[in-house]
Design a protein around this ligand. Structure first.
Ligand code: IMP
Length: 187
């Protein structure tokens, strides 16, 4: 059995994970993030851009608690080898919303090294939004190498692998309400 869900312990393939952040804590933190965003963006035209796949659950719960009018759209970040350059080319897939002169908030599940965020910042800045900020549920400050520290952070966590609530291990484990970490590791 590749995946076993029983709430307290999550077994995925060869790895055993235990609860790290409970669903109640997650929802309380999302409520406070939503309240901060509402206050900071009062009267402004907002477009939330959630990054698939990991942010789907966080984005859904954040939207349920965010009480002001807003748009939400979902994108993927892709990196492919260019035809005539030695490096890789990054692109945002699925952005079909006009963001020029709008206040854009990127919604991420986790900012780890910050490389994904950095790419998105560069690619979205070209579209000339009025402002561009990041809200992330999780942040690993010890792993972070980027220049744009997320403005809105749910939980700053140690540099250890976590899974659940949208985050995967080998594409499994996204469908849990709690966030888990490898058994034996301390918070
Ligand atoms: P980055 O290193 O900040 O670019 O993060 C890239 C992506 O790696 C994130 O959007 C997640 O999908 C994934 N990721 C980073 N850390 C973890 C983790 O602890 N568990 C699961 N996925 C992770």
């Amino acid at each position: 059995m590749p995946l076993k869900l029983d709430d307290e312990v999550l077994q995925i393939n060869d790895k055993t994970f235990e609860i790290f952040i409970r669903k109640e804590e997650i929802q309380a933190e999302i409520a406070s993030l939503a309240a901060r965003l509402e206050a900071d963006y009062a009267g402004k035209e907002i477009v939330f851009i959630a990054v698939l796949n990991g942010a789907f659950m966080f984005a859904a719960d954040l939207m349920k608690q965010f009480r002001s009018p807003c748009e939400i759209t979902f994108v993927k970040v892709s990196s492919y080898k260019g035809m005539n350059s030695s490096g890789r080319v990054d692109e945002v897939i699925g952005l079909n919303t006009e963001i020029k002169d709008k206040h854009v908030i990127i919604v991420e599940d986790i900012v780890d090294t910050g490389i994904t965020m950095e790419k998105l910042f560069t690619l979205l800045s070209v579209e000339k939004p009025a402002s561009l900020e990041i809200v992330t549920l999780l942040h690993k400050p010890e792993a972070f190498k980027g220049t744009h520290t997320p403005t809105y952070i749910g939980f700053s966590i140690p540099n250890k692998f976590v899974v659940g609530y949208g985050l995967d291990y080998d594409e499994l484990g996204r469908n849990t309400e709690h966030i888990y970490q490898l058994k034996g590791e301390t918070r």
